[in-house]
Design a protein around this ligand. Structure first.
Ligand code: GCU
Length: 422
């Protein structure tokens, strides 16, 4: 055989090896450094059963992330009160019942509060599953329903229609594309939303203005109760309300969030197992994205630009993405075996689609311990091609956003798992 023939043969064998290895996921995972194993206890023992996961590994991981990244959160406040301040059975032209619920965190009318806007589909006569997630600009921003109270909380100066960091009537309906309320209701789901800034304003205020003011003992420490944890905690408080509302099926609450709100939704799902499903839309760094995949936003940027999001201990990991002794696949695994959907967008460079896919993929072994199929693919599906297992995933075309395509997949995923609309 000539040298050139041997060369061609060798090349052919390499291509074959590459192709064969793809379905097992060995070839493309451009992970930098060593990715910590989700199924190995700190003492080195391999975790091989769901029981071991539940009793040993899950608590270890949860404790680690509470100490090093998200910080500690308080339990449900004893004095919390829910005040239904609006209950309209003929909302949105008669298709919905609208409720607005003021959550008084410490029971005081003049204390910190969060307003929940809840729409329930009138065509369903039994308790319904509810999708709950934060909005970025106040409850009045999600549609043009003039009865929705305008937020009185501080918001980003970039909010369209806000003046001096506060909402005006001009902010009403600015996010209607992001919140297809009627589509969601027609599919048989309730929709609840809150403004994250009610719980904690999104700037580094030394934790003076958010719910943290109620918990001074959780400040001035490495594992302080920081903003992301406060937002997740607020989602759990909404769930506390749903448990009191007979029109809601509180065993079927889906926690959803886009981008920074997706990070909060993931942590809420990880810490509060009452959430039956988690949907993360382009949550990126500190959400679904794997830090060990060195694209998009990294620890340095997160720690510098958003120092209030994670606890003080997290600062020591800035710049160490390849050497982190943890990563976000472990946070996603805390959601197992509950259904989890991770959505990416090809044009959302900061959130890093491939890094998000990898987290889902490396969380999947925990799902398989529970005899679910985990993520049904090992290599990233093509754009605009959603996959639905116990973990769902898609990477759509287009920029960082939440679009009808995303909602269509989320609702389909929810239907599959909750047996709705079958
Ligand atoms: C910034 C931030 C991201 C975040 C995003 C958002 O881009 O760097 O981490 O996800 O805002 O919330 O839209």
């Amino acid at each position: 055989m000539k040298d050139s023939q041997i060369g061609v043969l060798l090349k052919g064998m390499l291509v074959l090896l590459f192709t064969l290895s793809c379905p097992f996921g060995f070839s493309q995972d451009t992970i930098s450094g060593h990715l910590p194993e989700v199924l190995r206890l700190n003492n080195g023992t391999r975790v091989t059963s769901a029981q071991q996961w539940i009793t040993k590994r899950r608590p270890e991981i949860l404790q680690f992330f509470k100490q090093q990244m998200f910080g500690q959160s308080p339990v449900r406040p004893k004095k919390m009160i829910f005040k239904v301040i609006d209950n309209e059975p003929g909302a949105l032209g008669g298709i919905a019942t609208r409720k607005q619920i003021r959550v008084l965190f410490d029971g005081r009318n003049d204390g910190p509060y969060m307003d929940i806007l809840l729409y329930l589909p009138n065509q369903i006569k039994r308790p319904v599953p509810v999708i709950v997630g934060y909005n970025f600009a106040g409850n009045q921003s999600i549609n043009n329903d003039t009865a929705v109270h305008i937020s009185k909380s501080w918001m980003s100066a970039n909010t369209k229609g806000a003046i001096n960091n506060y909402a005006t009537e001009a902010t009403r309906g600015i996010a209607t594309v992001a919140w297809p309320v009627e589509t969601i209701l027609k599919r048989g789901y309730g929709l609840a939303t809150m403004f994250a800034g009610d719980v904690d304003p999104d700037y580094d205020d030394g934790f003076k203005n958010g719910v943290q003011a109620l918990y001074p003992e959780l400040q001035n420490r490495g594992d302080n109760f920081a903003t992301m944890a406060a937002w997740a905690w607020g989602l759990s408080r909404a769930l506390d309300y749903f448990e009191t509302d007979k029109a809601v099926d509180s065993k079927k609450i889906i926690v959803y969030g886009t981008s920074r709100m997706g990070k909060a939704a993931i942590w809420a799902g990880a810490t509060d197992q009452r959430f039956a499903m988690v949907i993360s839309n382009e949550s990126g760094a500190g959400g679904a994205k794997l830090f060990h995949h060195l694209e998009g936003e990294n620890t340095t940027r997160i720690c510098k630009v958003f120092p209030h999001w994670f606890c003080h201990n997290f600062q020591k990991y800035a710049g160490k993405d390849s050497a982190l002794p943890f990563d976000q696949h472990m946070v996603l695994a805390l959601i197992a075996p509950r259904p989890l959907y991770v959505a990416s967008a090809q044009g959302s460079n900061l959130t890093d689609s491939y890094g998000e896919f990898l987290s889902a993929k490396y969380a999947a072994p925990v799902y398989r311990l529970f005899h679910t199929n985990g993520l049904p693919v090992k290599i990233m599906p093509p754009v605009d091609h959603a996959v639905f297992g116990q973990i769902g995933y898609h990477n759509r075309t287009g920029k960082h956003d939440i679009l009808p395509y995303d909602w269509e997949q989320f609702l389909h995923f929810a239907d599959l798992h909750f047996g709705t609309n079958r």
